[in-house]
Design a protein around this ligand. Sequence first.
Ligand code: ZN
Length: 314
Amino acid sequence: MKILIILTAFILAMLITGCRDVELKPFSPPIVSGQLTRMYVFNTGKIQFPYSIFYSKEEWGEIKKLFPDKTKDEKVWLSVPTYLLEYSDGSFIAINPGLPSISNQNPSKAFGFVFSKLFSVKVDEGKDLYSQMQAHHLDIRKLKAMIFTHLHIGDISGLIEVKKVSNTMFYTVNEEWQAVQKSFGIFKGYRFEYFKQIDKIYGLAFKTSTDFSPFSEACNFLGDNSIIIFKTPGHSQGHLSFLIQGKDKSYLIPAGAAKNFPSFSYLQYSWSEEKSKESVNNLKEFKAKHPHVKFLMDHDPFDWEIDDFLVIDF
Ligand SMILES: [Zn+2]
C-alpha cells in the first residue's frame, strides 16, 4: 500500500513539476544600521527521523554501548529551530524560518504530499517564527532579511506562512537554488512551492578571506562582522554555516553540516560524503583554532533539545 502511494505521488510529481529557471537577484544587503544585541533561538516544532539518517555503522556501535535498548530504525524527534538576530536599530535578521503552525492540521499543505506521508511532524500552535515574534512583542515588519542554511523541506517549510507585511529579503546560494528548482526535487528533500509567493530572493556574495581559516571564503553579510557565512557543502550541495559575533560572545551554527555525538562528525544522510567530510574537518579545525566560539548544534538528536526558546544577549 505504502509503495502504491509513493508510486502515485511520483507520477503526480512528474506531471506537476517541471524544471524551472529563475535566477537569484545579485547580492544586496538589507539596511541595518545598529549593532547586534540579542539572539533568540526559537524551537518551532519537531520532525521524526530514524537514527540511521544520522549515524554511520561505527558511530552506531558506540551509541549501542551507551544505550543498549536503542535500535537503528527507531525514530527520534528532532527539534527544528529558527535563529532570530536583533539589532539596536530595531531590525531583525532570521536564519531559517523553521516549521509552520499548519503542520498539524494540514501536513500535506505544509510539506507536500510525499514528505507528509514519509515523516511525522509535531508542532504546537503558536510556535512558528511569526507567532513567536508576536508573542515576544517583536515587530514582524522589521524582519529585514532571512538567510537559509540550506533549502531542505524540514528546515524551511515555515516559508509557507511568510507574512506579506514583513517586507523581508531572502538569501541563498546558487547551488541550493538550482536544487530546489529541479524536477523531482521533492525526492531529494526540496520543494519549490515555498518560493512561489516570494519575489525578493538574492544570492549571497562570498569573498576570499584569510581571517577565518581554514575557511578560505566568507560572506560578511552586513559588512560589520556580526554575521559571517561559510560554505559547508555535503549535507546538501550549497549548505552554509554561520558565525554569529556579538561584542564578547561568538556562536557557530553548523546546522546540517555536523553533529556532536558520539563525536563531532557529519550526518550520514548527505548529498556528498566526500564534501561532508571536508566540511566537518574545516569546522573541527575552526573549533580548535577558536575555542571561545560556542557551537550551537541543531541536527543532532542527542545534543539539541530545547522546549521553547533560548535568549542570548550580546
Ligand atoms: Zn537538512
